[in-house]
Write a protein that binds this ligand. Structure first.
Ligand code: NAD
Ligand code: UD1
Length: 343
């Protein structure tokens, strides 16, 4: 009998891509999402791609009563926990909302999972926990750094909370996945990243310039100590990232206890590398202007992803060209994201 996974935040960018990979690997799942940063349309589209309906609950994970009811109705084997608020700038102006949503949400979720006898959890963490990294490429042994914003603090603190929970009760299997910079979209062009308002992150900004929604890209600084002066990041195709979660489930099934993995490609590309590759692969010009550095940004951040390969057999398959191709394929087919939904 196939295993059932609770996917919190499953209507979002990474969650929706992960549903497809879970399906491909033979898992069943249920989705809980309050749609605070997503649309139901993403789930309709995933359902179309995988050819089956998706059990979905429009619920805030902080609602313990509703979570209790859902888990009573659907016993689950493991949870992949994507639900959270993720906009760095907004977290600075709305710290209480971010701490409440991300911290309390995780507390309620973990309590309900434990109550229902499910002690298997995969948590969406971030390379942001390394702060300004002490070493490049970054291994999981690299000490955690100073997070300069409430969003990053929630990731770092939740890692500590989950580590303590697992230490106190070794029946828990908890995998902390530290994502680097997910970009791109499912190759079908049906699902992708759909930010509200002005994008904070680089790739959605580039695709909105490409589609004519914004006149030009602002590049935050060209005086960093990198090969061309712009920031260097470890961009990873969202489908590769999604597959990393399926690999992490196999670690849970083997009884991994607490495990931490970087999910990145191990390759660093600069902002200008990404812009130039996007233009070349898609034959679309991206006008840009150099602006001041963005506060809180670091020069260089890329992973050593070999632990995930050695222990999970997981490795990113897609390169930067495919990331650019698929990001554009999604945006040009859906210039207004999921807004055109006719449901
Ligand atoms: P996303 O905003 O697209 O998805 C998150 C989903 O969680 C959304 O659908 C949102 O509606 C839902 N949600 C938020 N709070 C909720 C709550 N209280 N109850 C129920 N649902 C709730 O973001 P994403 O890019 O798919 O990121 C998924 C996770 O990965 C997040 O935890 C994020 O912090 C983390 N992460 C993302 C990145 C990135 O670059 N996208 C990098 C590192 C870590
Ligand atoms: C950001 C967050 C990080 C979070 C991650 C995923 C900050 C400081 N960090 O990472 O905590 O985990 O997103 O959500 O916000 N850039 C431009 N112009 C733009 C946008 C970005 O030049 O319009 C540059 C940035 O300066 C950076 C690179 O592109 O050098 C990547 O930026 P971004 O996509 O926002 O990701 P990170 O800052 O790496």
């Amino acid at each position: 009998m196939s295993k059932t996974i609770l996917v919190t935040g499953g209507a979002g960018y990474i969650g929706s891509h992960t549903l497809i990979e879970l399906h491909n690997a033979g898992y069943d799942f249920i989705v809980v999402d309050n749609l605070v940063n997503s649309q139901k349309e993403s789930l309709y589209r995933v359902a179309k791609i995988i050819g089956r309906n998706i059990p979905f609950y429009e619920v805030d994970i902080r609602d313990a009563v509703a979570m209790d009811e859902i888990l009573t109705l659907h016993p689950v084997d493991a949870c992949i926990h994507f639900a959270g608020l993720k906009a760095v700038g907004e977290s600075v102006s709305k710290p209480l909302e971010y701490y409440s949503n991300n911290m309390t949400g995780t507390f309620v979720l973990v309590e309900q999972l434990r109550k229902h006898g499910c002690k298997n959890l995969i948590f969406s963490s971030s390379a942001t926990v390394y702060g300004n990294p002490a070493q490049i490429p970054i291994t999981e042994n690299c000490p955690k750094g100073q997070c300069t914003n409430p969003y990053g603090q929630t990731k770092s603190m939740l890692e500590e909370v989950l580590t303590d929970i697992q230490k106190a009760d070794p029946q828990w299997n908890i995998v902390l996945l530290r994502y680097f910079n997910p970009i791109g979209a499912h190759p079908s062009g049906q699902i992708g990243e759909n930010p509200n308002g002005i994008p904070n992150n680089l790739m959605p900004y580039i695709t909105q310039v490409a589609v004519g929604k914004r006149p030009e890209l602002g590049i935050f600084g060209n005086d960093y100590d990198t090969h061309d002066g712009t920031g260097v990041r470890d961009f990873i195709h969202v489908v590769d990232l999604a597959r990393g979660h399926v690999s992490a489930l196999s670690a849970i099934e083997r009884g991994c206890g607490l495990a931490i993995y970087n999910l990145g490609t191990g390759q660093g590309y600069s902002v200008l590398d990404l812009v130039k590759t996007f233009e070349r692969v898609n034959r679309v010009p991206i006008p840009y202007r150099i602006l001041d550095r963005r506060p809180g940004d670091i020069a260089t951040c890329y992973s050593n992803p070999s632990k995930a390969f050695e222990e999970l057999g997981w490795k990113a398959q897609y390169g930067i060209e495919e990331m650019c191709r698929d990001a554009w394929n999604w945006q040009k087919n859906n210039p207004n994201g999921y807004e055109q939904a006719d449901y």
